[in-house]
Write a protein that binds this ligand. Structure first.
Ligand code: NAP
Length: 486
């Protein structure tokens, strides 16, 4: 039960058609800090996934037909329920994901924010009347919900990645089947419990859980279903490509929020304290395990020494430990993640990078990686070519704007980029030239329900959040209404 003040939020069964569905097959959810078993969770198969799809299909017509204001009211009730349970939800996130409690509380509020934002947007899903090319004919362009949607989410934001998809789905009248990540199903199930409590009708929200072994089976059922009309996926680029390919056979709508490889550029004229604070914010949240994490830091040579000195001092303040220890940096999510970060560090050092500073894990355990700053990293190193997803700052110096823009764009990813400068003209120029969906200028904080979040190139397509965030969840229907003479 893990000491939740509301034991009803500790759920380990799948949630289908408004009921908790147990399975004989189970999989373990582990505490990433020490690999102990937290919970044994339902291992769903294709049959249960199809049950969930059928439930979402049955619920769809009535849900879509409800007044937007009524759907919005339930969404706000769910947001309020998340906030009222924020301590329990944050604890669940801390337990299964490992992020520090303060970050986990921030995530719950961020997650609730998507529900309130899209509750507001529900009443703004509108269309247009088009000037007709025919006499006495009215042309209408209206928006309709796409239908049953499959949501597939990663482990790094177990609450927010769910509600960032759930919000626009519910607002537009879609019903959903969620498949959360193997590592972090407990938060999603708790949110489903709250949705049940506030009165969402059976079948509107379904959650099918499964291990990494079950994921391809559940994924195949979702992507091959003719009932599911949309898949919204957040996760790795490799799995995103597979999902898109699988969805082709039924011509489903697909939204992909995939991996990043964010550049962070510090120009000579930047305010260095702002740049250092921005680097810490953009690099170390969730122990560096975010898709928008600054992966390659480019520093102009004139301020490289001073920036590095100040950054080193700031990084030295970051302590490492369990989610409830008051530390700033939690564990890596699993053994593969830890191994990848260590591989990137050793590859960089073997190829000529130097260690500027390395923190201590304070014997927190093998699953923790101490923050490390590497200098002289180059484009051929693994830490430039792939997202490291760990607390590693990789520093490279540069001289000219053209040189750094070319280097920043030298990646197949195009999610987030950051740069720091006090020159207004350069802000506009460099922002335009960066091939990324999200650009932070003089800030490392770029996520909010109000903004269109999404990537270019192999970071995916579609935008989540903002007034554009409902577009991918609706079909535009055009109707020609011709007058018939009596
Ligand atoms: P992942 O391995 O791609 O997993 C993402 C989700 O896909 C999980 O629920 C996973 O289930 C599921 N999955 C795996 N194989 C599948 C298949 N064959 N069919 C259907 N579903 C399948 O990614 P991750 O390691 O969890 O997340 C980290 C990645 O997400 C990073 O690349 C990060 O940059 C990206 N990310 C992007 C954004 C964004 O907004 N662009 C936000 C957050 C994270 P299992 O866990 O059960 O395997």
């Amino acid at each position: 039960m893990q000491h939740l003040s509301d034991p009803d939020l500790w759920r380990t069964d799948a949630y289908i058609n408004g009921e908790w569905v147990s399975t004989s097959a189970r999989f373990d959810v582990l505490d990433p800090a020490d690999r102990t078993v937290l919970a044994s969770v339902a291992e769903c198969d294709a049959t249960l996934t199809n049950d969930a799809i059928a439930a979402a299909d049955r619920a769809f017509s009535a849900w879509a037909a409800r007044r937007a204001a009524d759907r919005a009211q339930l969404m706000r009730a769910l947001a309020d329920a998340l906030l009222a349970s924020e301590d329990d939800l944050a604890r669940l996130i801390g337990l299964e994901n490992g992020k520090p409690l303060a970050e986990a509380v921030g995530e719950v509020r961020y997650a609730a924010g998507f529900l309130t934002w899209f509750a507001e947007q529900a009443r703004r899903v509108d269309g247009s009347v088009i000037e007709s090319p025919w006499e006495r004919t009215t042309i209408l362009a209206t928006r309709e919900p796409v239908g049953v949607a499959a949501l597939i989410t990663p482990w790094n934001f177990p609450a927010a990645m769910f509600t960032r998809k759930l919000g626009p789905a519910l607002a537009t009248g879609c019903t959903v089947v969620l498949k959360p990540a193997e590592q972090t199903p407990l938060t999603a199930l708790a949110i489903a419990a709250l949705a049940h409590r506030v009165g969402f009708p059976a079948g509107v929200i379904n959650v099918v859980t499964g291990s990494a072994d079950a994921a391809p089976v559940i994924g195949e059922a979702l992507t091959s279903s003719r009932t599911v009309r949309k898949v919204s996926f957040t996760g790795s680029t490799a799995v995103g490509k597979l999902i898109a390919a699988q969805c082709a056979s039924t011509v489903k709508r697909v939204s992909l929020e995939l991996g990043g490889n964010a550049p962070l550029i510090v120009f000579d004229d930047a305010d260095l304290d702002t740049a250092v604070a921005g680097t810490i914010a953009a690099k170390f949240r969730n122990a560096g395990q975010t898709c928008v994490a600054a992966n390659r830091v480019f520093v102009q040579s004139g301020i490289a020494e001073e920036y590095t000195k100040r950054l080193t001092a700031a990084v030295a303040e970051l302590t490492v430990g369990r989610f409830d220890s008051g530390s700033a940096i939690g564990p890596m999510i699993d053994d593969d993640a830890t191994a990848k970060v260590r591989r990137h560090i050793s590859d960089a050092i073997a190829n000529g990078a130097t260690v500027v500073s390395e923190g201590s894990t304070n014997e927190a355990g093998d699953q923790f990686v101490a923050p490390i700053i590497l200098a002289n990293t180059t484009a051929s190193m693994q830490c430039h070519q792939e997202e490291t997803f760990g607390p590693v700052v990789s520093l490279t110096t540069f001289d000219t704007v053209d040189e750094v823009v070319e280097a920043a764009n030298d990646t197949d990813s195009g999610l987030a980029a950051y740069f720091f400068t006090n020159d207004l003209g350069r802000s506009h120029d460099v922002s335009k030239r960066l091939q990324f969906g999200i650009v932070g200028v003089n800030t490392g904080v770029i996520s909010a329900p109000e903004v269109p979040f999404g990537g270019m190139k192999e970071s995916g397509y579609g935008r989540e959040g903002s007034a554009y965030g409902t577009d991918d969840w609706t079909e535009i229907k055009y109707t020609a209404l011709a007058h018939v003479a009596p």
